[in-house]
Design a protein around this ligand. Structure first.
Ligand SMILES: NC(=O)c1ccc[n+]([C@@H]2O[C@H](COP(=O)([O-])OP(=O)(O)OC[C@H]3O[C@@H](n4cnc5c(N)ncnc54)[C@H](O)[C@@H]3O)[C@@H](O)[C@H]2O)c1
Ligand SMILES: [Zn+2]
Length: 365
């Protein structure tokens, strides 16, 4: 079991990553000197596979959890589900000293974190992420939230968890497309900060996709360590460092919007990284050989690297990207690679150049 420390202005916390982390839940709560009640927020599919391990561990440490299942999918990150969570917490008499533990992917974690941060002005929160995306990204850094009718993640808080449990074993039951898409974020960490993580993906692509436990553990620990280091230094996204986590995401959000979110986030990030690297080559910041290496590893992982003109139109993508920009009242900012393992943020990319990259990568007009 690896312990990764995360700093936060509220309290520091530990990510417990490795095989059997769920089975340690009871011990982890004991180590936090926690004596209250535990509300487990989960989803049916996740609970069927992984609740027994969690329950057993909590019971062995003397905790009797109250389990509440929310619906599956992005739609569960809603005000309606949130209200249902509050009602159950109240009905079961949960108080300030008690805890909410989210067992699931980014949806359960974001919703559970938001509920925990607002119920009675904040109860304790533990995030047990069960998707690769949750383990390498969403469970670390304290961003919580729900979607509104007007758009994604429009209501939310920064609320650091008291602990994060990332059990590699639970990834065995993850649907294959979810696993594959999440590797885009892992490639991202390699390109922004960790050339040896990138090399691991190049070398062990097959084993990574076949869920070899040693490879998965290294993937999760290295990725989580980078996310932990970045958010420890820029908790509230005010110092600019957290921006590097958006590598591939400026383009990616444009693709997601253009596709009306009917695509995996990881696929959008993969396409976005392919575009960002091409842009960096065109701007003479990146060696074309490095672009090819990134392209090759994305392909080998089964991730998309070319835009399908039938699905993606450059005008609509530009519009979506500009809309994002207007909301932030800022400039269009791109995180661009200078090498495998290091990136820089640029705000001076001419729009005409962005458009021509989109066309070059296959987008229609
Ligand atoms: N808070 C953050 O910093 C942050 C960062 C990135 C993404 N997010 C959010 O995360 C969400 C996406 O998260 P996600 O990709 O984990 O999706 P998800 O939570 O919907 O999980 C994907 C699917 O996998 C199932 N599942 C989860 N774990 C499983 C397991 N071990 N075995 C079998 N099935 C399992 C779920 O039931 C669901 O159907 C989005 O809402 C996004 O906005 C948040
Ligand atoms: Zn992402």
């Amino acid at each position: 079991m690896k312990k990764i420390k995360v700093k936060s202005s509220k309290h520091d916390y530990t990510v417990w990553a490795g095989k059997g982390a769920l089975g340690m839940a009871g011990k982890v709560l004991k180590s936090l000197a926690f004596q209250g009640k535990v509300f487990v927020l989960t989803q049916k599919k996740v609970a069927r596979h992984h609740l027994p391990a969690l329950r057993g561990s909590l019971a062995a440490a003397g905790y009797k959890p109250e389990v509440f299942e929310v619906p599956d999918g992005e739609k569960a990150k809603s005000m309606g589900t949130l209200a249902a969570v509050y009602s159950r917490l109240l009905a079961k008499g949960f108080e300030r000293r008690d805890m909410l533990l989210a067992l699931g992917g980014g949806v359960a974690g974001d919703l559970g974190g938001y509920a925990a941060s607002t119920y009675l002005r904040g109860i304790r929160f533990v995030n047990a992420g069960t998707t690769l995306l949750a383990q390498v990204d969403s469970s670390i850094g304290g961003k919580t939230g729900v979607n509104l009718a007007e758009g994604k993640n429009l209501a939310g808080t920064f609320y650091p968890p008291h602990a994060v449990l990332s059990d590699i074993d639970v990834l065995k039951t993850l649907p294959e497309p979810e696993l594959r898409a999440s590797y885009a974020e892992v490639v991202k960490y390699g390109v922004i900060r960790d050339v040896s993580l990138f090399r691991l993906l190049e070398r062990e692509t097959e084993s990574a996709l076949l869920r070899n436990p040693a490879v998965l553990e290294e993937v999760v620990v290295r990725s989580a360590s980078i996310k932990a280091a970045v958010v420890s230094r820029d908790e509230f996204e005010t110092r600019g460092e957290r921006m590097i986590l958006n590598y591939g995401h400026t383009f990616g959000h444009g693709f997601e919007k253009n596709a009306r979110y009917r695509m995996f986030h990881g696929d959008a990030v993969s396409l976005g990284m392919a575009c960002a690297a091409r842009l960096a080559v065109r701007m003479k910041m990146l060696d074309p050989f490095a672009e090819l290496r990134q392209l090759a590893v994305l392909r080998k992982l089964g991730l998309p690297v070319l835009l399908d003109a039938k699905r993606f139109q450059s005008a609509a993508i530009m519009k979506a990207m500009m809309h994002d920009k207007k909301k932030r009242a800022g400039k269009l900012r791109f995180v661009l690679p200078e090498n495998i393992g290091s990136v820089t943020v640029r705000q001076d990319v001419p729009l005409s150049r962005v458009r021509s990259i989109l066309r070059e990568m296959g987008a229609g007009r």
